[in-house]
Design a protein around this ligand. Structure first.
Ligand code: C2O
Ligand code: CU
Ligand code: CU
Length: 522
């Protein structure tokens, strides 16, 4: 890499981007648009790392309901400390849902309500959010709706910056979260969402999957059973004692200077295992991919031993099935995005490997996982040309207003912050008020890379910097990746429930350092 590029990269890494961006504004953004995405700095592990493709791919276990009577499913999850052998021979202490990372998977049917009783046995307050869920506000995991561990009455010290939120609903020890799941079937995920401390909590292990299904999707004939695999991709770094390294500040939220742009790890985990390998049939597989990384972006490819790139046939987005499949060779995935992808291993030599590679990685972070094609097999699956007919088709002319939000770096509490419309998050301020059922167009403008997420609603991507959306923008989304310098228009209808929700950047470090805003539906 040329030296000028290196310097430029370091500046954007980010600390210095603050000065750069505010000084030169959009012209710098325009220059950035031509650059590959790079947001954050990489932590180096202090333990030896295993070679890739040695550890089998774990599949998170499916949680059994404590009861399934009365038309609803009830679950119980205990949040507690546990340790796991993530790297062979290394014990890593974690914060977990029910003792594992990822947490247990919840399997649900569309429209069948689920109540999850969370019990907090961790040393810190927590908040559970079901990402992508159409959830009433009381169960949506607003960042100040804390679930305190037993014996803590006092909340102020956990609020960060002494912020007080009179609307917060704080509970102790246990809390019921109710999810109607009256929504399109898709892969959701649940994760911590505590005010100011979401990034370190997810990093330490507070994330799990929640799959919603329905009869129509089951009837499509997509690969199923052992040929449907959830893949939660997340990067982490390990300290010398085996714990997860994280550059937290000592006495306040946020991270130390080189990591202000986001924390990247040098180990790529899939379902909690480092660079795993999965033994597969020479048949079609349905991969339910989630990027659960705090800040790392991926551009995924499936590459055979003889250098062929397999088609990645996308059948679904964040919020469920596309109208029709879209074929990619490379699939970009930003933090919190999900893709539902069919890969066909039938033409791959038995005994050879298909590596899943991240084009944006370098060295060890280029590899993600591998499939070892173990045996020939019959395959009764198919990929229908029409997948769903219920995608909303909002038109610009349906919109009652257009709003614009700039996602930019700035100053906050005398330090570095990440701001929406020039302001850091404040639970007491109302940022957006919208009437239930109204359609709006939002124009989202970025300095560096920002994956923007709206709670409650799915949206469609209308344009990117005045041009048509990209092939991977198809379908219904709940997170959209704003590339450096880009302006993205989305359209949605704010329906479902009234109440206080959020929208924010899902780079978890940006989120903790202010890049969140209120969305009030009235
Ligand atoms: Cu995945 Cu507001 O969250
Ligand atoms: Cu969410
Ligand atoms: Cu961001």
């Amino acid at each position: 890499m040329r030296e000028r590029d290196m310097t430029r990269r370091r500046v954007l890494g980010i600390g210095g981007a603050l000065g750069l961006m505010t000084a030169t504004g959009l012209s710098a953004s325009a220059a950035l648009a031509r650059r590959p995405s790079f947001t954050g700095a990489e932590l180096r592990s202090a333990v030896p790392l295993p070679p890739p493709f040695q550890v089998p791919l774990p599949i998170p276990s499916v949680l059994a309901p404590v009861s399934a009577s009365g038309g609803a499913d009830r679950y119980a999850i205990t949040q507690r400390e546990a340790s796991a052998e993530i790297l062979p021979g290394v014990r890593t202490p974690l914060w977990t849902y029910d003792g594992t990372f990822p947490g247990p998977t919840i399997e649900s049917r569309r429209g069948r309500p689920v109540t999850v009783t969370h019990r907090n046995e961790l040393p810190v307050p927590t908040v559970v959010h079901l990402h992508g869920g159409r959830t009433p506000a009381a169960s949506d995991g607003y960042p100040t709706d804390l679930l305190l561990p037993d014996g803590r009455q006092e909340t102020a010290m956990h609020m960060g910056h002494g912020m007080h939120d009179p609307r917060a609903v704080v509970t102790t020890l246990t809390r019921d979260y109710t999810f109607p799941l009256d929504q399109r079937p898709t892969l959701l995920w649940y994760h911590d969402h505590r005010m100011d401390f979401t990034a370190p909590a997810i990093w330490r292990g507070l994330a799990g999957l929640h799959i919603v299904r329905d009869d129509a999707e089951d009837g499509l004939g997509l690969p199923a059973g052992p040929r449907e695999l959830p893949l939660m991709i997340a990067d982490r770094a390990f300290a010398a004692d085996g714990s997860l390294a994280y550059p937290a500040l000592r006495d306040r939220p946020g991270v130390t200077d080189p990591y202000l742009g986001g924390v990247l790890g040098d180990v790529i985990l899939v379902n909690g295992a480092p660079w795993p390998e999965h033994e597969a049939d020479a048949a079609r597989y349905r991969l339910r991919v989630l990027n659960a990384s705090n800040a790392r972006h991926y551009e995924l490819e499936a590459v055979t031993d003889d250098g062929r790139r397999l088609d990645l046939v996308q059948v679904g987005a964040d919020q469920g099935l596309l109208a029709a499949p879209v074929t990619h060779r490379v699939l970009p995935i930003a933090p919190a995005e999900r893709y539902d992808v069919i890969v066909d291993f039938s033409g791959v030599a038995i005994g050879s490997r298909v590596r899943v590679v991240n084009r944006l990685g370098s060295g060890r972070t280029r590899d993600v996982m591998a499939f070892r094609i173990a045996r020939a097999a019959a395959d009764g699956s198919r990929v229908p040309r029409t997948l769903s007919a219920d995608l909303p088709a909002w038109r610009r002319s349906d919109a009652v207003r257009v709003r614009e939000f700039a996602f930019r770096t700035g100053r906050m509490n005398g330090g570095h912050g990440w701001l929406i419309g020039g302001l850091p998050f404040d639970p007491g301020r109302s940022d957006v008020t919208v009437g239930l059922g109204e359609v709006e167009v939002w124009r989202l403008v970025a300095d560096v890379h920002h994956p923007v997420h709206l709670h409650l609603v799915g949206f469609r991507v209308l344009s990117r910097s005045g041009r048509p959306p990209l092939p991977h923008d198809a379908g219904l989304k709940d997170t959209v990746s704003l590339r450096p310098g880009e302006s993205v228009e989305i359209i949605t209808r704010f329906d479902g429930y009234r109440g206080r929700y959020l929208f924010h950047c899902h780079n978890a470090e940006h989120e903790d350092m202010g890049m969140m805003a209120n969305l009030e539906i009235i």
